[in-house]
Write a protein that binds this ligand. Structure first.
Ligand code: 3NM
Length: 208
């Protein structure tokens, strides 16, 4: 039996989007604000840039007692000593990622309906992303928003930690937790905030 992952209520995604902000500065601010789960996501960055950022962020997170998950790239996650990887439906399949990552490596999978959730759980995922909850501009070609009902539907078919994602703001987060999400993921609500540290602190305080 694999060790169960416990996620804090905020899953903060370090993705500069078009802000021009430095990912390491973003991570530092998120950790200072109390984030204890970070995902590093830089969709268009070359592997080397992603690796440099991951290698800088992992020790900062360790010092704060936070986990770091790298989006898409198992190789970068492993090379940087990150805690895990987050994979989309078209990324490496879970068994291949597990071979590369080993047993003590968290693997999260993006899911968009209960069937995908069931399949990811059966394949050995450690947690699931569930989305999109609301309209988002942070992802290319997002599906139509599913709202909290999708969290409730997925909660009924799998027993894994669930991370709701997509257009979530501090105001919509509590309803998603109430619908069964263990954590809420946010990009724009955090990285577009004038004061990232304060934005994170306010969400962490509100969600507990
Ligand atoms: N994945 P924001 S929605 C990365 O539905 C991502 O799987 C989604 O960014 C999914 O908080 C999304 O800025 C974007 O909306 C989340």
């Amino acid at each position: 039996m694999r060790r169960r992952l416990t996620l804090p209520s905020l899953y903060a995604i370090v993705d500069p989007l078009d802000t021009g902000r430095d990912p390491v500065d973003l991570a530092r601010a998120m950790l200072a604000g109390g984030a204890r789960a970070l995902q590093l996501r830089m969709k268009d960055a070359p592997a080397r840039t992603l690796l440099d950022a991951a290698r800088a962020i992992v020790p900062l997170a360790r010092a704060a007692g936070a986990v770091v998950i790298v989006n898409d790239r198992v190789d970068v996650a492993r090379a940087a000593g990150a805690d895990g990887v987050h994979l989309g439906q078209d990324d490496l399949p879970l068994d291949a990622a597990r071979r590369l990552g080993g047993d003590a490596f968290w693997i999260g999978i993006s899911t968009h309906d209960p069937d995908q959730a069931r399949a990811a759980a059966a394949a050995g995922a450690d947690y699931l992303g569930v989305g999109p909850m609301y309209a988002t501009t942070s992802k290319l070609n997002p599906l139509s928003p599913r709202g909290p009902a999708l969290v409730t539907a997925v909660r009924q078919v799998v027993d894994l930690p669930l991370v709701a994602i997509g257009g979530i703001t501090p105001d919509t987060a509590p309803a998603l937790r109430a619908a069964g999400a263990d954590a809420v993921a946010m990009i724009s609500a955090l990285v577009r905030a004038p004061d990232v540290e304060a934005a994170v602190r306010s969400v962490v305080t509100r969600l507990g």
